[in-house]
Write a protein that binds this ligand. Structure first.
Ligand SMILES: *Cc1c(COP(=O)(O)O)cnc(C)c1O
Length: 412
């Protein structure tokens, strides 16, 4: 059996442990294991937003010359800190959903003889919906625990009609980490563009966009990057394609000589052409501070701790949760996982409600039967993992979840 002292020993040896104090923490004994839905507030993000509010108050419109570079400046910061991408290839703008639309539409337009978009049947809903609105979607039926592999992609591209393959690098449900190199190669050999959704990967695992050679990527900044609720997302376009692809949103923030206010749209060179409208400066200020923290920690150390935290969760799940009817919904090998672990149980929704209401543990539920424990390495302790599993086992053994309704709520 793994004891709480074993977990405490791992914390004592953890090089990232001091970074926890750089976040706003809980007063009481709440255990927050939902940072994969909304990361904690970095203290520097709070300061940076306050500073920006002061600039707004004092400088008003005269501050725009200093603000206007923020989407590409923060994009470069993010590219270097954790995306393995060179400067000038990442822009922080809009939401993940909107960025996905922009890049998928641009890819389709660049392959006019092809109408098919490939994604996975288990892919995050907004990705499937956006693609459905753009063309004919072909769904992979991949393994629910391990996610899609290159063989699935080769088969889907075989008919020669695929313009784009769009997949998550880390699955939002199972936490499975896809083989970026093999899948990208399979899509490209099939004549398609590869678009990676990095929403659950950015800030959790090492992403090597340049080495992988993928054409396109998007992702959000409010999960493992801790940029805050509704923080602007990012998009990546491989440099050699930037002047060939065009955003379907012909906004003035993608226009050459924007303030010439010219008669017709002519896209700017480089990554800037994928901008649309006025950047959300308060959100960008928080993202910048949050990404600096990721850079300071180092993505290699973050990834190593994610592997160790999820290994502990898997081991404790075997010891304490499996006897209560839970089944691991994530890959067993750490190299095949991101930074969250899912456990499946037929009463998952009731258990999730009971954990929040009675045990002060905040995980989340993803239908039909998964409870996700998100373990962001910057602020999650090994004892938090131990306590979360311990409280879950105690609560379910006592049958407390039976006091909660089976009907789903508006937000889960
Ligand atoms: C969280 C997430 C999103 C979120 O999209 P928004 O536009 O920010 O709501 C999109 N795709 C994936 C895979 C996600 O995990």
């Amino acid at each position: 059996m793994t004891s709480r002292e074993d977990a405490a020993a791992l914390d004592a040896a953890d090089p990232l442990a001091p970074l926890r104090a750089r976040f706003e923490l809980d007063e009481g004994d709440r255990i927050y294991v939902d940072g994969n839905s909304l990361g904690r507030l970095p203290l520097t993000a709070r300061e940076r937003i306050a500073q920006l509010v002061d600039e707004w108050a004092e400088r008003l419109v005269t501050a725009w010359p200093d603000w206007i570079e923020a989407p590409s400046r923060v994009g470069d910061l993010l590219a270097g800190a954790c995306l393995g991408a060179p400067p000038g290839t990442v822009l922080v703008a809009d939401s993940t959903t909107v960025n996905l639309y922009k890049l998928a539409a641009a890819a389709l337009a660049a392959r006019p003889a092809r109408r098919v978009l490939v994604t996975d049947a288990g892919e995050f809903p907004t990705d499937r919906y956006v693609l459905q609105g753009l063309g004919d979607v072909r769904l992979l039926e991949s393994d629910p625990v391990h996610g899609p592999d290159a063989t699935d992609v080769v088969a889907a591209c075989a008919p020669g009609d695929v313009a784009l393959v769009c997949l998550s690098l880390v699955s939002y449900r199972s936490g499975a980490l896809a083989d970026a190199h093999a899948i990208t190669r399979a899509a490209q050999d099939g004549g398609a563009f590869m678009l990676w959704d990095l929403s659950h990967a950015a800030g959790a695992v090492e992403v090597e966009l340049e080495a992988v050679g993928a054409e396109l990527a998007v992702g959000c900044t409010y999960k493992y990057l801790n940029g805050g609720p509704g923080a602007p997302a990012f998009l990546y376009v491989r440099r050699d394609l930037q002047d060939e692809l065009r955003s379907p949103i012909q906004g003035w923030f993608g226009q050459r000589d924007q303030f010439a206010m010219g008669a017709g749209y002519e896209p700017e060179d480089g990554i800037a052409r994928f901008g649309a409208g006025t950047p959300p400066m308060l959100g960008l200020a928080a993202v910048e501070a949050a990404v600096e923290l990721v850079g300071e920690a180092g993505i290699a150390r973050i990834r190593a701790k994610a592997a160790a935290l999820t290994d502990l969760a898997v081991a404790l799940g075997d010891e304490r949760l499996a006897p209560l009817g839970f089944e691991l919904g994530s890959p067993r090998k750490a190299v095949l996982r991101g930074a969250h672990v899912s456990f499946r149980h037929r009463d998952a929704w009731r258990i999730c409600q009971a954990l929040i209401a009675r045990a002060n543990v905040v995980p989340d539920f993803r239908g039909p039967d998964s409870i996700r424990f998100g373990l962001p390495p910057l602020y999650t302790r090994f004892v938090d993992v131990w306590d979360a599993v311990d409280r879950t086992a105690t609560l379910v053994a006592a049958g407390e979840h039976h006091d909660f309704p089976a009907e789903l709520a508006r937000v889960t």
